[in-house]
Design a protein around this ligand. Structure first.
Ligand code: ATP
Ligand code: MG
Length: 360
């Protein structure tokens, strides 16, 4: 059995540095490792509609943005299939059958969905589609027989749900689906990068993001306005590292090479942290360093984006081709699923012979 990746993002906005450290960077490394037989990267528009039903224009607007973000971080269409979820209609059909294998109370226990419901103030008006999106995610993953799903920490409950569905399906209908493994970032700070406002998660929906496509000036402005330690008022005051977003970002982005280049008076991040904790180190100096680090990471991404922006027809073709490949693969799995469930009446010659025998 081959090694296959499935992962994706909701086209609810441009991608941000949280996506980058949480998932995108890893995807590119995995893609270039040559260890995978197939890589599917999904623009999850159908999932995005589950909480944006009244605003389809927003989703439509962001399809190309996300595709450009993918290409600009180094997703290579020669090695990875980028596709649009809603165009692969087999995924919705799989979801419909998987729904029968999951209870309402199981969905209610999903901690990520719980907090997202709270964040969106859905309370008693949760759209059914939104409530069931973990099941649709199980379809996305299993349709491609994915073995590996590189995502951020918030996706852990979705992977658990998927594995449960795979077990249930295989035990009821016979061995058909493949059990996927989640692949989380190794760096703890990248599991769930906080927003620039210090909130627990950088998220398009919270508007606390640094976007991959933002220009240098805008990024600098955001870095300089970042949340730090509110009790660190004068430079000489001792400062806190825990919950200090600037240091979390340095954990996520910086390495010793950055110190040698931009801040040679410190050998590494531990020394910088120690000075901040002792007192005598101002936020501005740390933020300027972080800005240099982030700009270094983003500048080749921006440059590649500019190139792809000149060829939107080409990007459209990439999406179309990737979607065709995805559709073919999902159709194959759907037919195996229907066969296992014995509901493929018109492809299964035994169905007719059984019926003839029965009515003889
Ligand atoms: P939305 O607010 O619309 O849900 P989002 O910013 O949460 O958007 P998604 O498209 O839901 O982004 O997530 C795409 C991928 O990026 C997932 O693998 C998720 O785990 C990862 N991810 C999103 N935000 C972060 C973050 N702040 N830190 C690390 N990974 C993240
Ligand atoms: Mg999300």
């Amino acid at each position: 059995m081959g090694k296959i990746i499935l992962t994706g993002d909701r086209p609810t906005g441009k991608l941000h540095v949280g996506h980058y450290v949480g998932s995108l960077k890893r995807r590119v490394e995995l893609q270039n490792s040559g260890e995978f037989d197939d890589i599917f990267i999904m623009i999850a528009d159908a999932q995005a509609l589950t909480d944006n039903a009244d605003n389809p224009a927003k989703i439509r607007d962001n399809i190309m943005e996300v595709a450009l973000d993918y290409l600009s971080v180094g997703i290579d269409p020669a090695k990875s299939n980028i596709f649009v979820q809603s165009a692969v209609t087999e995924l919705t059909e799989l979801t419909f059958y998987y729904m029968n294998l999951v209870t309402v109370s199981r969905l209610q226990r999903n901690p990520t969905v719980k907090s997202e419901i709270q964040m969106r103030n859905f309370e008693t008006s949760i759209p059914t589609g939104f409530f069931t999106y973990p099941i649709s995610q199980a379809s996305d993953i299993t349709a491609f027989k994915a073995t590996t799903v590189p995502v951020g920490e918030d996706q852990m409950p979705m992977l658990e749900q998927t594995r449960e569905i795979v077990h249930k399906f295989n035990s009821v209908y016979g061995e058909t689906l493949v059990e996927p493994q989640i692949l989380l970032p190794d760096n703890k700070a990248c599991l769930r990068l906080p927003g620039i406002d210090g909130k627990a998660k950088m998220s398009k929906s919270l508007g606390n993001c640094i976007y991959l496509s933002e220009d240098e000036k805008e990024v600098k402005k955001k870095v300089m306005s970042m949340f730090t330690d509110p009790d660190h008022i004068r430079i000489e005051d001792p400062g806190k590292i825990e919950g200090n977003t600037v240091f979390t970002y340095l954990d996520a982005f910086s390495n010793e090479g950055h110190f040698a280049e931009y801040l040679p008076e410190y050998a590494n991040l531990d020394e910088l942290k120690a000075h901040y904790q002792r007192g005598g180190l101002g936020d501005v100096k740390v933020k300027k360093f972080l800005n240099n680090v982030i700009q270094e990471e983003l500048s080749p991404i921006r440059a590649r984006r500019k190139e792809y922006e000149k060829d939107i027809e080409g990007v459209y073709e990439i999406l179309k081709k990737g979607t065709e490949v995805a559709q073919e693969r999902a159709a194959q799995t759907l037919s195996e699923v229907k066969h296992a469930m014995k509901i493929d009446y018109f492809e299964d010659p035994e169905f007719l012979s059984e019926q003839i025998k029965k009515y003889k």
